[in-house]
Design a protein around this ligand. Sequence first.
Ligand code: SF4
Length: 381
Amino acid sequence: MRYVQEFRDPTTAKVLLAEIARVADQIGATPEKPVHIMEICGGHTHAIFRYGLDRLTHPGIEFIHGPGCPVCVLPMARVDECVELAQQPGVIFCTFGDAMRVPGTKKSLMQAKADGCDIRMVYSPLDALELARRNPNREVIFFGLGFETTTPSTALTIQQAAREGLTNFTVFCNHITVPPPIKALLDDPHMVLDGFVGPGHVSMVIGIHPYDFIARDYGKPIVVAGFEPLDLLQSVLMVLIQIRDGRAEVENQYSRIVPEHGNPVSIAAIEDVYEKRPSFAWRGLGEIDESGLQIQAKYAAFDAEAKFGIGYGAEVAREVEEPDGCACSQVMTGRIKPIACPQFGQCCTPEMPLGALMVSSEGACAAYYQYGGGRPLEAAE
Ligand code: SF4
């Protein structure tokens, strides 16, 4: 496949792996004293395990799996609110498929659908908008979920709904942003992070400069990376070279896709429709200042929280305990690997997930489960 196969070339991969090993040795990285590199994006976590990069790279490199899977960081209380909205009379609740099985305190959206709620899987917010046009007597609610990658499409859909004057379309906004949780992790005295592989798709929208603080204020290198194995290997090498050379910079390995200053059309749509929430709750990370987006007052008619009196505007407790025995928060913050969770593969599997990290294919636990992460190479084959 053109433009893909060249990024999976085994000969080039061997060259990069040898160079990674050489630089890792120069740094003095060992299994006992590893270099900790966090891949922020869940798509990178998935790719690392899909291609076995965790087992092919130098043993002195430890991948820490970051909070960049929007399904995984969605707190149970927000899932409960989705179910509550879906249970309202006359509502058609629309969601991306990967959010269907995220557990709430009582049920997931999948279970609510089985109980009779009209919940529909869509591939785009525009699908939900079309449902609103076709069902003028129903309330259509779109579950807006995701980082800066999906935030613009929801914004553009709200702008379109406003232009058409639709009165039966709203968005339950759970869009979140990448830089604040990175800052929260860097401020955590228990975290040991030596460098970052930065998210590719998010950066396509926001560019590379929102990460300047990581290099400037914390002295850590970050390399924005693509999703093919050679992209990731080259990015790891670039991080290691910065560490070896005593540099901390924002570099762009994925320049074939990521413009330095992002996508101006998307950024304009985001700025027109949303504003930052004072804080937003993340599963495993708690409340993080200015990490979530809400719909601006001028678009309040399209805000499900305002219309249905639910969520952050409502006087309800949002704190919900994670299920007993669930170690998601420790995995989310890189304190343990998924296989160290006692529920892994026992009470928690992709078919019957206990925690959100097992639900989405971008979740660290799902990636470990699917590709045998954490096991020695021979055992995983
Ligand atoms: S195995 Fe399940 S319960 Fe344990 S950390 Fe992963 S998702 Fe959470």
